[in-house]
Design a protein around this ligand. Sequence first.
Ligand code: SAM
Ligand code: SF4
Length: 327
Amino acid sequence: MALIDGFGRPITYLRLSVTDRCDFRCVYCMAEDMQFLPRKDILSLEELAIIAQQFVELGITAIRITGGEPLIRRGIDQLFSTLGQLPELEELTLTTNGSQLHHHINHLVAANIKRINLSIDSLQAERFSALTRTGNLSRVIRNIDLALDAGLRIKLNSVILKGRNSDEVLNLVDFALHRGMDISFIEEMPLGLITHHQRADVFISSETLRQRIQQEYSLTPSKQTTNGPSRYWQASGYSSLIGFISPHSQNFCGDCNRIRVTAEGKLLLCLGNEDSVDLKQIIRQYPNENERVKEAIIDGLVKKPEKHHFTTNGETDIVRFMNATGG
Ligand code: SAM
Ligand code: SF4
């Protein structure tokens, strides 16, 4: 089976959000006083497994578990174990803020998870706490080292905001390279109405960051991909990749291979578009009729737009926060 969208793009990669909740409140991702979904509206672990399996049977070969913070979802290790046993699934991965990682490393390894993405925006303790509103940097770094010791490969993700953490780009690169990790720098996306800052004021382009890094490291473009939207460069003398996710400055929609399922079971065809298909409604109305879920997925793909579209006249169109979307 192969899933092909209306623009001929093969869809092979699913981002599956298992919760909209989080123990952090990153300033670019959430409002300070977030309203979270009622628990009854969240897919159960069994529903998540059934939905994932339908995607795999339709030709999805890679699944990334995300959120919110996936590692605060009770029973999540069971889902890793179930999905890790799907024979046609070539890769199972995870995006995490790292705060709870120490409780899960053994389960991740046992579920055949080889690499994870870990978000870290600052290496200064006070700034890290300010950007995440609740996070503890030393705990996250300890967990990074534990995960590396256990053989997990890590890619760091850093959202860079001008004047907030843009002076740390080289420190973050050094931190990644010296531990043998990859790192991607992300331009902030206008998802959800936040009050912490004006997004236009803190925008800094990937190209500016790349030029800054180039002053210290000799970078050559790399053809490697990790299924996602990062464009990678190789620093000479190091095995790690340095990536840039540039939703503003470099549209990556042309080779988009991704779809998302939100924690409430909506198949979301594009990060920058509100079109969705309610898979939870189908699975709850017709339990054990999984063919209906498959049909809805195939029909839904027709709605996948050609490009993302975040703003009209500078105003955010997408009121959905990133934690509700599944980053
Ligand atoms: N809690 C996990 C984490 O932080 O890695 C997984 C979910 S989080 C929504 C996934 C990724 O989305 C993180 O790397 C985060 O930095 C990024 N993110 C959140 N809000 C964003 C925004 N408005 N623009 C760009 N990236 C964002
Ligand atoms: Fe939580 Fe991840 Fe959003 Fe930060 S980026 S608030 S860690 S979901």
